[in-house]
Design a protein around this ligand. Structure first.
Ligand code: GLU
Ligand code: ZN
Length: 284
């Protein structure tokens, strides 16, 4: 199969040095393998996505010397695909409705009998407030939905493991079998209020449909990968090779975030830096 990878930024702010490293690394690896580098726009969260940021993503990446095939996929155009995937999981009895707010979850997770609240890939682990004893009957409702992790793991059968060629949790490479996902991940949200689908569900559908063979992304996402591999099992989708790369940090060792405008690619461009300067700054 032909090597295919992707860079999937959210148009919610400027790209910074960390994004530049991720995009350049994926582009370099695709070029070296004679494969394809896809750009995708992760604009599911319409309340935070802006066209001006999307335009700036195109400008910044082109300035970095990166090119990609057209048309660029936008997640906001793909809601029917995500809906169909949710329907399949619903039919298998693996989803249930839950409209708990963040505050509800915080309150339930820190109730005295629950002990110290535990954090998973999506923040506080959901304490299971709305989880039914038996799968809910009838058609899938148009509400936020969670994955029943116990049922999902049973339905997936084989343990969730994946190949890692970058830096795994301890910097190792090889096969990773994640720890107990009931305790460490819990019932993740797959359909979110106002967004149709969650990041986990949408990215898994997109990677499969675009025939991505290598997912190259930051080490901060490694705890999400086990969820993605589980969803691939449940939806009969292939599991790509994962390469989680080191994170670019600021001078104090903190990893860069969208709000670090000082390290925005656009700022370096305005200062007259070149893409070779950026490569040197991120150690490529
Ligand atoms: N939009 C996601 C992000 O920027 C994509 C993550 C991924 O590559 O899976 O974090
Ligand atoms: Zn709930």
């Amino acid at each position: 199969m032909n090597f295919a990878t992707r860079f999937a930024p959210s148009p919610t702010g400027p790209l910074h040095l960390g994004h530049a490293y991720s995009a350049l690394l994926a582009h370099d690896m695709a070029t070296a393998a004679g494969g394809t580098f896809h750009l995708r726009i992760d604009d599911l969260d319409q309340s935070r996505s802006r066209t001006c940021w999307e335009t700036q993503i195109y400008d910044d990446l082109a300035w970095l010397g990166i090119n990609w095939p057209q048309p660029v996929w936008r997640q906001s155009d793909r809601l029917p695909t995500y809906r169909a995937a949710l329907e399949r999981l619903w039919q298998r009895g693996l989803l249930y409705p839950c409209t708990c707010t963040r505050a509800d979850i915080r309150a339930a997770a820190s109730a005295p009998q629950e002990g110290a609240p535990l954090h998973g890939p999506d923040g506080l682990i959901y304490p299971g407030t709305c989880r039914p004893d038996t799968p809910p009957p009838g058609p899938m409702p148009d509400t936020p939905l969670r994955l029943d992790m116990r049922r999902a793991l049973a339905a997936a059968g084989t343990p969730v493991a994946f190949s890692e060629t970058g830096c795994g949790p301890d910097g190792e490479t090889g096969h990773i079998a994640p720890p107990d996902m009931v305790a460490n991940v819990g019932d993740v949200a797959l359909a979110r209020p106002g967004m149709g689908a969650s990041y986990h569900l949408s990215i898994v559908c997109d990677d499969a449909e675009q025939q991505i063979t290598h997912v190259i992304r930051g080490q901060d996402l490694i705890s999400a990968t086990q969820i993605h591999v589980l969803l691939q099992r449940l939806l009969d989708l292939p599991t790509p090779v994962y390469h989680h790369h080191r994170l670019i940090r600021d001078d104090t060792g903190k990893r860069l975030a969208k709000r670090d405008d000082a390290r925005a690619i656009a700022t370096y461009r305005d200062e007259g830096k070149t893409s070779a300067d950026i490569r040197a700054m991120v150690g490529l």
